[in-house]
Design a protein around this ligand. Structure first.
Ligand code: B12
Length: 225
């Protein structure tokens, strides 16, 4: 096998080409890189985690180091959101239903890309998903859970300083919503860094990335029958 055929080398070169397109502000090129990779048979999950997520983390490092501007970072996010929206209707959707889910970013949280990816991939895995976006007021999340009769609530938190909002949301879910008891899965950068959950979040599942999110939600769907 040449190094070009090695899947690890290949995904790294796709990531580099995608990142170059983001930094050049070239939407068409970003989409083309992804389309070529899909045609070569690179699984969508690998594209989401190993290309989009890792490229965005690199954008964050370059921004923090002042190598790129805040406008470059916004542009990279806009391009990634554009690419996600093009890929979404092209996904393979499982016909067998796993249940109903609400996915949201917590109140105050402006980071949306991770939650968006989780919503799309869970939907393609058979969940009937309502994706609320991010920075959703708690009342709105609770209403959406009741309205959608959700068996699963996924909450995304990037910034540590938003943890009190998720704690309050879960407290209100337990005390104010009586007839629906969705299982809760938490994710986002804040949970990637926490070594253990605060006691108020006992009973919630945590996923560090999309792969773990799929594994955990599949076992939740099995347990729910
Ligand atoms: C784009 C970006 C922004 C954009 C977001 C726009 C948007 N529409 O999303 C804007 C400009 C708004 C922004 C603002 C800020 N940002 Co910012 N941002 C980023 C950046 C570059 C990329 C984020 C991203 O898209 N990541 C890619 C996604 C796919 O990764 P992810 O969220 O981790 O998601 C994966 C998993 O965590 C998991 N997951 C995520 N959500 C969920 C949910 C569930 C239910 C599950 C199961 C799993 C799951 O699955 C995903 C896929 O595997 C990051 C860099 C980074 N390391 O992420 C900085 C970063 C997160 N931001 C940072 C900072 C400091 C800020 C600001 C405070 C800056 C400021 N001074 O204003 C504000 C805070 C805003 C707020 N109140 O929330 C820091 C945070 C450092 C820290 N931990 O303290 C980072 C790390 C940049 C850096 N290197 O310094 N940001």
């Amino acid at each position: 096998m040449t190094s070009w055929e090695d899947p690890t080398t290949r995904i790294l070169s796709v990531r580099k080409a995608y990142l170059d397109a983001l930094l050049a502000g070239n939407r068409k090129m970003a989409l083309q890189v992804v389309r070529n990779a899909k045609e070569e048979g690179i699984p969508i999950l690998d594209l989401y985690v190993d290309v989009f997520q890792e490229a965005m983390y690199e954008v964050g490092r370059l921004w923090e180091a002042n190598v790129i501007t805040v406008a470059d970072e916004h542009m990279a996010t806009a391009i990634t959101q554009y690419v996600l929206s093009v890929l979404y209707p092209e996904m393979d959707f499982q016909s067998e239903s796993k249940g109903r889910a609400v996915i949201t970013g917590v109140q105050g949280e402006l980071h949306q890309v991770g939650a968006n990816m989780v919503a799309d991939v869970l939907e393609s895995d058979g969940w009937n998903v309502r994706f609320l976006g991010t920075n959703v007021p708690q009342d709105g999340v609770l209403e959406a859970i009741v309205d959608h009769k959700a068996g699963l609530l996924g909450v995304s938190v990037t910034m540590f300083f938003h943890l009190p909002h998720v704690i309050e949301l879960i407290r209100r879910l337990k005390t104010e919503v009586s007839d629906i008891r969705p299982r809760v899965i938490l994710g986002g950068a804040a949970f990637r860094m926490l070594s253990s959950l605060p006691p108020e979040l006992d009973g919630c599942a945590v996923a560090k990335d999309l792969r773990e999110a799929l594994q955990t939600t599949r076992s939740i769907a099995c347990a729910a029958g």
